[in-house]
Every structure is written in C-alpha cells, then in structure tokens.
Design a protein around this ligand. Sequence first.
Ligand code: CA
Length: 228
Amino acid sequence: MRVLVVEDERKLADLLQKGLREDGLLVDVATRGEDALWMATATRYDVIVLDLMLPGIDGLETTRRLRDHGLRTPIVILTARDAVDYRIAGLDVGADDYLTKPFAFGELAARLRALARRSPAERTPALKVGDLDFDPATRRVRRRGTDIALTTKEADLLGVFMRHAGELLSRTCLAERAWDATKDHNSNVIDVYVRYLRDKIDRPFGVETIETVRGAGYRLRDAQRESR
Ligand code: CA
C-alpha cells in the first residue's frame, strides 16, 4: 500500500512517514500542493493524506484540482480542530474523510486501510447532469445512452462543467481547472473548446446545455435544478 503525505510542517511529515513505514506502508512526502498534483498523477497511490493549510495552493484547491483531473484516489484531509467550515468544504470538493489535529496515529493508519480497501467504483461516482453521463476515470461520455467520443482536453473541460453544473464559470476558472495550472491561458482557447464540446454533446442531440453568459463565462444547465 502506497501513501502520499502532503504536509508542509516538516516535523509532522517526518513523524507520519516514519510511523506509516513502521506500519508496513510505502510513504512519499510532498510539502506543497503543487508537488502533490504531479506526484499523484505520476504515481499510483492507494491513499493521499492532505493537510489543508499549505503554502502555495492549499489543500482544498489541491483536492479540487486532483478531482477535476479525474483522479479517484481516496483523500484524507487533516484539519485544525476549529476549522469546521474547511472540513465541510474539503468533503465538498471530493475528499473522502478527514482527521482533526492532533490525532492518534493508530486512527490515521486504520482510516487509511479502510479507504484503500474500498473499490474504485465506491470512491468517486460517475457524473450525471440531465441525460448526460460522464465517468471521469474512464472518460466515457454518453447522452441518452449514446457514446460520445471526446479528446482528453474536451473530457477534462466537460468534467469541470459537470462538477459545477448550474454554476457560472469564468474562462479563467475553466482554464485553471481543466488545464495545467502553471501555464498562461489564452481565454480564446476556452471558447474554441466550448465550441468543440457543443458540437459533440449538444448539437447532435438537439439540445443547448452549455450556455454563454455574456461578458462572464459559461454555465452548464442543470436540468434538474431548473425544473424545480
Ligand atoms: Ca500545514
């Protein structure tokens, strides 16, 4: 079992690494969220332990980006005792469990094992908006049961739209979530990819689910929310 520990406090990181290793786990440590992003995609981890307070992008943003990229590895977030809002926000962006500092080491180890035992299907459910289905792990996209072939980039962008169905998303926000965070984004690129997506997921089915919000960005219509 391989674990990625993301913690900037060196002492705690070393302690976790040592303890988990003694427990027979393989442990890598990252001290920044940015490092966790590439490490988690380069190596297959069974569980990620993520501190919320990190320099650079914080644990929430790291979790969000990992999930937006379709990563389904279980994530346990570490939070301060009083950070209830953060804890809820963490679960909201796709973390599986949380532990409040200070915690008993044995409890962390037990939670990690429990999470790693879950099957991938139990972790991150496929996304569904109206009659559009998307499995981020396999990138399979279907509308009304018909398979739709998307490129990797198109699928990444669709994943962001579907996780935030009904929300107004600016071009910058879309670019940051669907594309490499470190690159400079040309907002025209988003317009081009939105057009590609519409040509594949909307036009052939006679629907218009990705709406343009003039001067602001785009929104994927959440049919269920509208019909209420
Ligand atoms: Ca920290």
